[in-house]
Design a protein around this ligand. Sequence first.
Ligand code: DAH
Length: 358
Amino acid sequence: MPSGVILWQPFSRSLNLITGSHPLTEGIDELGRSAESELATATSVAEIEKWRTQYLGANGKLKAFMLRLKDAPGDEKPMLGRRLNELKSQLEISLEARKSTLAQARSSQGPSGPSIDVTEPGTMLGKGRRHILSRTIDEIIDVFGQMGFAVADGPEVEDEWHNFTALNIPEGHPARDATDNFYMGEQSGVKRLLRTQTSTVQIRAMETQSLPLKVVAVGRVYRPDTHDATHFSMFHQIEGLCVERDLSLVDLKTALLQFAHAYFGKDAEVRMRPSFFPFTEPSAEVDMKMCIRGQWQWVEIGGCGMVDPNVFTALGIDPEVWRGYAFGLGIERIAMRRYGISDIRWLFENDVRFLRQF
Ligand code: DAH
């Protein structure tokens, strides 16, 4: 029901108590009902005017009823007359209400639709941006791309061969413990797990590509670590692998230094500290000296080494002919240090108030 329309209330119920049901009484009720319902469907000035003439005009229906009053029984005439006058006032009120309802509807729509306040300031559209980690990954890949590395890829759900065996991590090695890995059950008799390192892509690259090769692979790795400011059960690594006939530690350090200079600036430095990884011999931890809030500091960002001959042998590559170097760096480490982010969890909570800063 449109607002502002007053529905006709039949009067005859109370009238009948006194007068019985005179045909004129019922006619008045009926007239009231049809007048109100027709008015409710009038949607233009012309339709309203037509309705007014039809019901309230000098030759209208109400007037016609007035003229018929003279035929009513004498004692009922005053009551019927009063009733007709009430109906007339009632319809006049309804007419005004309908007019103002339509006028309101028109003004809120404007001449041809919703009205627009052209002076009202618009809604500012927030400019989207890529996640700080995605940007860091793109930048790092870009640098290695310029250094001649192609991009390789591998699955996040791995088998034990790629995550352990081919990487010289034999059965029974503590790195395979159920508590240190997300095992995902078996598929066709092969145990599956979420990869714990991107070194898996080294194996896949050497299995599928011809030598020599020079690749980097970026991706997610998973470890069942308790979340705190520096640990998260999923993070990103960039893996590098170069296999050629003649390579040495000098080539490895040169590659890491070139990257550091290109990414952190010409004053950046690289330090390699002896360490152990099953798939490299010798192995080292990689530190890079980067500028953090105006101060140059050493930051440990990953591991590296010369590809272990056992890895080559497992893949049918002759270690007497081929040499390789490899490295794996933590993307979050790099981004957090570079941008002064002190809690790794912020990178994955996706709170735009945090992300907007970068
Ligand atoms: N995969 C190692 C880790 O996740 C990092 C690493 C060390 C990668 C030495 C390498 C490497 O390629 O040669 O801790």
